[in-house]
Design a protein around this ligand. Sequence first.
Ligand code: GLU
Length: 295
Amino acid sequence: MISSSYRGRFAPSPTGPLHPGSLLAAFGSWLLARHAGGQWLVRIEDVDPPREVTGAADSQLATLAAFGLHPDLPVVYQSRRHGLYRAAIDSLLAQGKAFRCHCSRTDLAGQQGIHRQCVAGRERPHPAIRLRVADGSHIGFDDGLQGCFEQSVDREVGDFVLLRADGCWAYQLAVVVDDAEQGITHVVRGADLLDSTPRQILLQQALGLPTPHYLHLPLLLDANGHKLSKSLAALPVDGRQPLPVLRWLWTALGQSPSRLETATTLPELLQQAAAGFEPARLRTAAPKPGDIPPG
Ligand code: GLU
């Protein structure tokens, strides 16, 4: 494992082109890493082929490059790291911390989808593998922006899936293994993942891995108050006009527009942004609904 006092990352799933909400997470995580004098990595989370869109990973990387957001180390692809996920699952199975499960969604419907014990109606050829979540597994953490967040993982989530019945690694497993293996010290991402974090901390504890610092940025909302990336308004961002888009994202992150006033080129703007970024100005609330970046 490589170590560094601050190492952040941006980890998009290649399910489509980058939209303003994901670019906000990319820019926010880049700014916090640069502000701390740390490194910033990019990881493509392509472990879900059914949801993957051909060409999306390349298009996301091209967009990041068009905005001048270059990772400090080569891009990592989860689809090339099966051995790491397999080793983690094998160790959890060997310690009795994970188990094979034949329950389907229908089986679990009576328990609001929350698994506490197997109630499978029939055996499936390829069972899922779940983490055994002990009774009383209450996880709290201090988010860098949202404050204290707590969850009773046993009651609110239950035994969660690590390997899906369709053979795909679950996001929760892959993200935990990779954040640790890549030596990530600070996870900065959208607030839609706030309630995944207790699961990830529980899994880190089960695997004996360190817990990074977490900071969840506000989500961009559309005019109806829906998360931008989930709505039709999730338009791809145009990398041909990076300056106005970055200026808009900068204000969406609560930063003072005057800091970037004199920049006329992309390198100048990024340099001024890195120098003028003030983490204390980040806000928990989403920017005004209906505000979509220009370009
Ligand atoms: N791949 C996840 C997504 O695009 C984000 C993972 C993370 O930042 O932890 O929603």
